[in-house]
Ligand binder design. Structure first.
Ligand code: NAP
Length: 311
């Protein structure tokens, strides 16, 4: 099998170097120079923002692997891929700590208003004013939507802050010492901070909508480090404007990297540019695991980390 692959998103330079060192021929789907390339490509590679639909796959008759450098794979048409006998791999586990760290950083940023306090000092406001009192994070209640790898790592951090932790996911995790709620609404009603850590895709689209935000209430804060699609963004913007919730910290958005100007103007939000796994160490570990999957595929060995649907 030819080791000709196609990148469906930009890749970090160190990953391009790894591919070059191992003699892969890399085509870029936005700049196809060789017209015959489409039939030579046997694997696709991309990051978490990869969009691979039925139409793209129909143009690539010999692709048998989609190796993602991310844990989320909501941009891949899995039904179309499986119909064509294509296996999808991802990079679970190696990014869990980073994503949980950022989630917790956002909890602290919201509770103690750290970004606003920074602006207060920089703007010289401290000379004539005192920064308003904030809210205590230690001992507050935290709700986690999606108690998987990342959800559990967030809970671990919250334990160190003496937070009272509850969660919802598809199944009760009886081995965990946290309170389970069977609906997101019931969870939202019980907590100060609601952190979203479920996968994106059709099953979770707009999972956080009007009823959840209403249950979260005027003192509640939403944190989303999952996918933009999980939160009904216009409904969230309205809730923030009306102050029916206290605030939101978002690492992911609808239509990112374009962020709704209304959202950018709001004072009660903290916004980060989809950076939850974006550390030097973790992005290298993700690239290494993606390379392991590619290598195993071309060596006809068992793939290290296929997505659950392809196991
Ligand atoms: P995971 O281990 O598969 O955990 C996902 C959890 O979500 C599981 O507990 C699952 O429940 C739960 N879940 C799935 N569908 C649900 C639904 N409809 N309602 C309630 N709970 C549901 O995945 P992970 O490694 O923790 O990653 C989670 C997600 O984080 C990824 O899919 C990705 O989208 C996102 N992420 C974002 C960034 C970023 O840069 N912002 C970085 C990495 C990951 P069960 O356990 O009961 O099945």
């Amino acid at each position: 099998m030819t080791r000709e692959i196609m990148q469906v998103t930009p890749l970090p330079t160190f990953m391009m170097n790894m591919l070059q060192e191992e003699d892969y021929i890399v085509h870029d789907h936005t700049h196809i120079i060789d017209p015959g390339a489409l039939s030579k490509v046997t694997a696709l590679v991309g990051t978490g923002v990869s969009k691979v639909d039925k139409k793209l796959l129909s143009m690539l008759p010999n692709v048998k692997l989609i190796a993602l450098c991310s844990v989320g794979y909501d941009g891949i048409d899995l039904v179309a891929a499986k119909e064509k006998g294509i296996v999808v791999t991802h990079t679970p586990g190696v990014l869990t700590d980073d994503v949980a760290d950022l989630a917790f950083g956002l909890v602290l940023s919201m509770g103690r208003r750290i970004p606003q306090a920074d602006r207060f000092v920089r703007n010289g406001d401290w000379v004539s004013d005192l920064f308003p009192l904030t809210h205590k994070v230690s001992g507050a209640t935290l709700g986690i939507v999606g108690m998987g790898r990342i959800g559990q790592a967030i809970a671990k951090r919250a334990v160190a802050f003496d937070m009272r932790i509850s969660y919802t996911s598809r199944d009760v995790k009886s081995e965990l010492p946290y309170t389970f709620h069977s609906t997101v609404e019931a969870l939202a009603e019980a907590v100060d901070y609601l952190v979203v850590a479920v996968p994106g895709g059709d099953d979770t689209k707009n999972l956080i909508g009007a009823s959840v935000l209403q249950a979260l209430g005027a003192r509640g804060v939403l944190i989303n480090i999952a996918r933009g699609s999980v939160v009904n963004q216009p409904v969230l913007v309205q809730a923030l404007k009306d102050k029916t919730i206290a605030g939101a910290a978002l690492d992911v958005f609808w239509d990112e990297p374009i962020v709704d100007p209304e959202l950018r103007r709001l004072p009660n939000v903290v916004l980060t540019p989809h950076i939850a796994s974006a550390t030097e160490e973790t992005r290298r570990a993700m690239a290494a695991l993606t390379m392991d999957n590619l290598r195993a595929f071309y060596a006809k060995q068992a793939l290290p980390t296929p997505v659950p649907e392809c196991r």
